[in-house]
Design a protein around this ligand. Structure first.
Ligand code: ASP
Ligand code: MG
Length: 407
């Protein structure tokens, strides 16, 4: 059972979460509880680090920002003990949750189960584990990236072969799209790992992307549910293997990301090595390039367009102009369009049903929305459109693909 920041935001909420844990213990389960820091705490800690040392040492960043989870783990264990439930807290290094040395973005390497299993053997009913943190081969504290306690939870579920992994959050499940943008958004009872992975990486913030990858790899049944509503066996959304979903719409979700930019390199030479010379420096500069299109070349020259998050435009410009100055690439102009957003339709049904792209383009055209860039994968179609059309595009697609109705 994983409780996110809003579910442990104060002592009252921790008590409420502990009651949930108590229900499972009463059913006879041994429970591993993963906790986040109280909501807002990690942001505050990150702020303190930046203020103290803008070019901080990532090892000390991790030492500071991991601390929020230590507090909630201890408080949760104490709360459970007050309810006469034998509980003990564990920080990442005590488990030990072993990671690599990539501070602030560490990857989990191993979770030995013997320490915690031994305690269960001695009568402990609940192990409360601080999410988001681990220990490097050098013995330093690491963190798993923002939102990383979801990944801690899934990794524990896999390592301990848990029956379920319940992720308690402040929304009651995964929706067909953001209800703030589209009133008709509907909570999904089930969603396939692949779809959730697309939705998470497209910006649906309910689960950290890596946690979904991990759940898919180890086939961990994940349930996303609210800690503010009454519990029932069908509450929330089950994220599961495709085989466990009987009926599914062709499109199951409309995702979007508001803050996109489209950048075009005008007049580049069309010859081997040019794309590598462009995207190499961008990747070294840490620019997350998403969609890429190279236009038809005429007389050996072409244009190259790509998209990236809007806050990386400056970095991308610097990397490309530096590469030009160094004589690594040639281009006439670099045009940045920062008034775009990305809207995507996601659904495993696309694999077997044709015409989804055509329908999506028709819906947008009927609304008078111009498509600037298109990218597709097996189960996703994404378009870049003008940002002012975001709401309209999402609502029109949600309607057209009947997402308000269950399959
Ligand atoms: N507290 C960390 C964060 O805010 C980890 C988490 O809550 O998942 O990013
Ligand atoms: Mg989270």
């Amino acid at each position: 059972m994983k409780f996110g920041g809003t579910s442990v935001a104060n002592l009252d909420r921790i008590r409420r979460a502990a009651k949930r844990v108590g229900v499972e213990v009463a059913k006879g389960y041994d429970v591993i509880v993963i906790v986040s820091a109280m909501s807002g705490k990690t942001n505050e800690l990150v702020g303190w680090v930046n203020e103290t040392s803008p070019m901080y040492d990532a090892r000390e960043y991790d030492a500071v920002v991991s601390s929020g989870e230590n507090v909630t783990a201890g408080l949760m264990a104490l709360t459970l003990q007050e309810m006469d439930i034998p509980a003990r807290s564990w920080q990442g290094w005590q488990v030990p949750l072993k990671t690599n040395s990539a501070h602030s973005q560490a990857r989990i390497e191993e979770i030995p189960t013997d320490n915690i299993m031994a305690k269960f053997g001695e009568g402990m009913k609940v192990a409360v584990v601080a999410g988001f943190q681990g220990i490097s081969p050098e013995g330093r504290i690491t963190t798993l990236g923002r939102g990383g306690s979801d990944t801690t939870a899934v990794a524990f579920a896999a390592a301990f072969e848990a029956e379920r992994c319940d992720i308690y959050t402040d929304v009651d499940g995964v929706y067909t799209t953001d209800p703030r943008v589209c009133q008709k958004a509907r909570k999904l009872d089930r969603i396939a790992f692949e779809e959730m992975l697309e939705l998470a990486s497209l910006g649906a913030k309910v689960l950290q992307t890596r946690s979904v990858e991990l759940a898919m790899r180890y086939n961990v049944k994940l349930r996303v549910l609210s800690s503010f509503e009454e519990q029932s066996d069908t509450a929330g959304t089950l994220v599961c293997a495709e085989e466990d979903i009987m009926e599914s719409n062709v499109v199951n979700g409309i995702a979007f990301s508001r803050e996109e930019a489209k950048m075009t390199l005008v007049t580049i030479v069309d010859k081997p090595g040019v794309a590598a010379a462009i995207f190499g420096p961008l990747s070294e500069a840490g620019v997350n390039v998403d969609m890429i299109i190279q236009n038809v070349s005429e007389k050996g020259v072409t244009d190259m367009t790509f998209s990236c998050p809007i806050d990386q435009v400056k970095r991308a410009e610097k990397a490309l102009f530096d590469a030009k100055t160094a004589g690594l690439i040639e281009f006439d102009e670099l045009v940045a369009d920062t008034e775009v957003c990305k809207v995507s339709a996601v659904g495993i049904g696309m694999r077997s049903q044709s015409g989804v792209a055509a329908k999506m383009f028709k819906v947008l055209s009927d609304e008078g929305i111009n498509i600037k860039v298109i990218a597709t994968s097996e189960i996703k179609i994404s378009v870049l459109v003008e940002r002012k059309y975001l709401e309209l595009a999402v609502q029109a697609l949600h309607d057209a693909f009947d997402l308000d109705k269950a399959a």
